[in-house]
Ligand binder design. Sequence first.
Ligand code: COA
Length: 167
Amino acid sequence: MSVDLPLPAFISLAGERFDVAAFTAADLDAIVALEQRSHPHPWSRENFRSSAGHHCCVGLQQGDSWVAYAVLSFVVGEAELLLFVVDKDWQGKGIGSRFLEALTQAAQAKAQTMFLEVRASNEHAIALYEKAGFNQVGLRPGYYPAGKGSRREDALLYALELPSPEM
Ligand SMILES: CC(C)(COP(=O)(O)OP(=O)(O)OC[C@H]1O[C@@H](n2cnc3c(N)ncnc32)[C@H](O)[C@@H]1OP(=O)(O)O)[C@@H](O)C(=O)NCCC(=O)NCCS
């Protein structure tokens, strides 16, 4: 069951239009391919398949192509950003910032706080989240499994207080 969020129909950035759309099982081939090439620690198809049934799965499209996507869960007033990825070719152009802003605004309708976890080495993502107002509220030592030849990595836990939606 997906969660309906009051997201805008599209986002405009530098004269380009990106449509906001839910992704479903029918989009998994495209999303998994994007995940493989854009995310250093990609989710598996099975991760996506199980999320599609339980979480809010939403992305940005240009025409038929996915440009960015996110997976959020909502539980009793708390939102968790489980996945947030911008296509490799579109990174560094402000899309992540605008998409995150749209998500946090829409999430105000369902939650008071948004949480996320990020690898301690993921400097770009940390910069993005801190710029969006997230504050570090915890650390999970050795939380992420090690890649080949590397050590387990710490997870930083971030939170953003969401203002009440305007009446
Ligand atoms: C992290 C990610 C979502 C950022 O998306 P993006 O569209 O590239 O981000 P933006 O262009 O909106 O940049 C937002 C801020 O992030 C930081 N940032 C993003 N890319 C950066 C880069 N290449 N170098 C330095 N800082 C960078 C900057 O602080 C930037 O703000 P600024 O432009 O005002 O300096 C994207 O790099 C990504 O998908 N990475 C792979 C997946 C991932 O790690 N997801 C997060 C998992 S928790």
